[in-house]
Structure formats: C-alpha cells, structure tokens
Ligand binder design. Structure first.
Ligand SMILES: [Zn+2]
Length: 495
C-alpha cells in the first residue's frame, strides 16, 4: 500500500514488493478488510465506558447490585448512579430488577440502570421522585411504565427513557469527545475500521467533528441522524453521503418498535412468555409513512428500527409507499435489526431492494434452544429468527453490526457461523463479507472500502490465526493482531 490506498494485493511471491517497502510477514494469520460495524452506538459506547457502571457480564442480579453498591460508596450526595448493560436472561433470577432492588442500594442517590438492549430501564425511588413518575402518571405513547399491584410504579420503564433523561446531568462535549477517543481505540483493537453510529443529535454531531479535528477519531464513521435534527437537515439541504471518508452523514433514523428482551418488539401474535402483550409500536403506521416519505423525498437513505414481524410489515409498507411516491433506484433503504421475519416479508424485502442491517451477536447471545428468544417467541416462531441462510439464498444483501451488544466483530462472525438455529448458519467467508464489503455497500462506499483490492482504502485487519483452519466453535477465541487504517498501523497487539 502507498499513502491511503492499496496498490497491490495478492499472495506472497505473486506480487511485486516495491523497493524500500516495510514488510510484515503474517504467515499463518488471516488478512481481512477492516471490519465495518454497520449499526452501533459508538459515541455513547465511549461515554458509557467513562461514566457508567458496566453490568453486562454480571453472572447474577445480586452481583450486579454489588457492583452498583461499590460505585455508590464513592458517590457524592444526590449524585446520579448510572448502570448499563444488565441482561436478566443471563441471571439465575431471570427477572428484571425493580425499584426495590435498587432502593436496597441507595435511598438517597438516584439510580438508573439500563438493560442491555437500551429499551428498558429501572429506577429507584429517588430517581422516580426526581422524574415525577407516580402511580398517576399517564402511560406515554409508544412506551410503558410498569405498575405494581399497589398501583405504584415498579421502577421499570419500557421504551420511555425520555421521561427521565432530562433530569440526568447532560453529557458535556468534553466527555463526548473523550468517549469517541476511547471507543475508537477499542474498535481498532478489535479490527474494526468503520462504524455506523445509529442515531445522533446536534451535540453528538459536534463532538464527532471535534474528535476528528483533534485526531482522536481514527475509525471511519457513518452518522445516522435522529429525529431531533432531521427536519433541520432537510431545511439546510444536508443529505446522506455529505462529508468525507472519515465522517459522513448517513441515513435518517426512525424507530418503529422496541426490543424482544423488553417485550416491546411489535409482533403479530402475543409473546409466548407474556401472553397479554404483542409489544409496542413507537408510532402509528401513518406517521411512519409520512416520516419515511419526507426523508426519501429529500434524497436520504432510510434506516428504520424494526424487530418484530408486525413492525417489519409496517416498515416494508412505508418504504414501498415512499418508493411509489417517488421512484428511486439504488436507494439502499435499510431495516435495522429486522429479526423476526415471515416468508412473505423476505420476498418483499428482496423485491424492493431493502437491506436488513442485522446483528449476528444477538443470535450468539440469545437464540439457541432454551434461550431468551425461544422463551419470548416459542420454538416455532423462533425458527425464522434472523434467518441469514435464507436471506442470502434469496439474494438479499445483509450487513452486519453489533448494536454494541457486545461491540465485537469476531464474536459476530462466530455467531453467524454458529447460529443458534442451525438452518440459519452461514459460512465463514459469507459472514466476513457481511461484516466488511456489505457494510461498505450499505453506506454507499463499496467502491472505496470493504475488500482488499487495488485502489481501495488500505483499511485492514490481521487476525492472529488462520480462520479457515479454525474449528467454527473456536472462531471467537481469535484475536486481532494488527489493524491498519489508511495504510497506517493504528493497532498492534503487544505494542
Ligand atoms: Zn441501535
């Protein structure tokens, strides 16, 4: 490679190495294009690393509470204690924590702990008080405040974080920029050279620019616009693709439902383990039609969050209506997550050229027999959960991302190859392609990145073993040896 670009690619002995070039012998390792995580929350991942108590790997609810208690000890009076990433499906208690659990930790400091999916959280009594949430608070549209038998809130909020967010100290630009630095370094250590940050407002967009100017941002970022800035972006004429190879405006992001973990993904039929619920739509389908149409007319790509089959149906309808309103080739509209699909929907997705931006790590974490997904959906429905094999065989392009659960491309590749539902498994090379070239495609950048080819940006990850000779179940043990962006080594194991 020379400068930012690859000038020759091929096997040892088959290509001419220019005089004076630095040579790295990586025999026995795997050279892949830098991974592209098409959907994560990169800035917030970094901020969370700086600020929140990490609860992701806690083995029990009790252990999570112990970790929070530690933080509370050092906290000032009245200071918010924020925790993130708990997953009750990994705990023997197998239940959401309630205000009672958190009140046992502190009755003076407000506490908020957010479930791994981000769609459900628990507050303690002081936090409920600060947010003014009582037994009389009306249920918010598109969300739910869980009420106990006593008519008082249990502390559990589903898809209505906005009720508490204004009371939590705002993120400073400094924290956001530091967070991006941390996230960027972490991504490079995992071979990830590009990311899609799936939902940003004005403050976050500013922080990206500052982080880039300071030299902190070393991963390329495709920036999704959330609802707080969409209208303004249409007014000033900023469209998908505006920017440069490092930061670029991405799609208009819309949310149509919640998550399976929080029982808020919208399904046609009720949840197997909560028969009174079919999940929640974040807005009526007519409203989605309008928003999708506006973004599409403006020339933007769409990225619409939909997990349950009912929400997916609404999204396909909206995209179809937007395309009918103003036909456009090469729109590359995406459905984020796109998990529970019917056979008919797969067909329509293919016909309309929609790209499911999926998270293989979700199935790695939650899809096997007896898993959380099976509890939520029942065995029958769970079979068409993240059906990668069928999607690829049908000719649908899918792009991989992590949604940060966890942020880890090799784990995602492992998850797709070892999918909990056997019929959905795909091959190693296919999984790597979904995490690289398809990631480039879904951000309209397949001409400049996503494969190791002459003329493309020299974004490369070297993995410490030959993955083609690694047993499928052992893929997740592989580590990144070296990561290059623009031909520069930005991560080297052991350095
Ligand atoms: Zn997301």
């Amino acid at each position: 490679m020379q400068g930012d670009y690859i000038v020759a690619a091929g096997k040892k002995g088959k290509i001419e190495i220019p005089k004076g070039a630095e040579v790295y012998d990586v025999t026995g390792m795997t050279v892949v294009p830098g991974f592209i995580d098409s959907h994560c929350h990169f800035l917030w991942m970094g901020v969370s690393m700086l600020r929140d108590v990490q609860l992701r790997d806690t083995p029990t609810l009790e252990a999570a509470m112990v970790r929070l208690k530690e933080k509370t000890k050092a906290a000032k009076k009245g200071e918010w204690i924020l925790g993130k990433g708990w997953d009750e499906s990994k705990w023997p208690e197998n239940r959401y924590p309630t205000k009672k659990d958190l009140d046992a930790i502190s009755k003076t400091n407000p506490i908020m702990i957010v479930r791994i999916c981000g769609h459900l959280l628990t507050l303690n009594t002081p936090a409920l008080k600060i947010a003014g949430i009582t037994g009389k608070t009306p249920q918010p549209e598109g969300g739910q405040i869980d009420m106990g038998a006593d008519g008082e809130p249990t502390g559990i909020l589903r898809d209505c974080r906005h009720l508490v967010e204004p009371f939590i100290p705002a993120m400073t630009e400094e924290t956001a920029v530091e967070g991006l630095k941390l996230a960027s370094e972490y991504a490079l250590s995992l071979g990830c050279t590009s990311i899609g940050d799936a939902g940003l407002g004005a403050e976050e967009l500013k922080a990206y620019q500052t982080a880039l100017a300071k030299g902190y941002l070393k991963t390329r970022a495709y920036l999704f616009l959330n609802e707080t800035v969409q209208k303004q972006s249409y007014e000033v004429g900023i469209r998908t693709g505006f920017g440069n190879d490092m930061i670029k405006i991405g799609p208009t992001k819309l949310l149509m439902d919640g998550s399976l973990g929080a029982h808020t993904a919208a399904l046609f039929e009720p949840y197997t383990d909560e028969p009174s619920s079919k999940g929640l739509l974040m807005m009526p389908s007519e409203a989605l039609d309008e928003k999708a149409k506006a973004a599409h007319r403006h020339g933007n790509q769409l990225a619409i969050h939909a997990i349950g089959d009912y929400a997916i149906e609404c999204v396909i309808n909206s995209i179809q209506a937007a395309l009918k309103d103003k036909p456009r080739k090469n729109h590359r509209h995406r459905i984020e997550h796109c998990e529970i699909l019917t056979a008919g929907q797969i067909e329509r997705i293919r016909e309309l050229g929609i790209i499911p931006a999926v998270q293989p790590n979700f199935v790695g974490e939650w899809a096997g027999p007896g898993s959380m997904y099976e509890q939520r959906l029942g065995e029958q429905r769970n079979r068409l959960n993240n059906p990668y094999r069928i999607l690829l065989d049908e000719g649908v392009t899918i792009a991989f991302g992590s949604d940060g659960m966890p942020f880890h491309p090799i784990y995602g590749v492992w998850s797709a190859v070892n999918h909990g539902i056997k019929d959905a498994r795909i091959k190693l090379v296919e999984a790597i392609k979904c995490y690289t070239l398809n990631g480039a495609y879904v951000s309209f950048e397949e001409d400049i990145k996503g494969s190791v080819e002459v003329g493309k940006l020299a974004d490369i990850a070297v993995i410490d073993r030959d993955l083609t000779k690694t047993k499928p179940e052992d893929i997740r043990d592989a580590k990144v040896y070296m990561t290059l962006v623009n031909g520069k080594i930005l991560y080297h194991k052991g350095l």
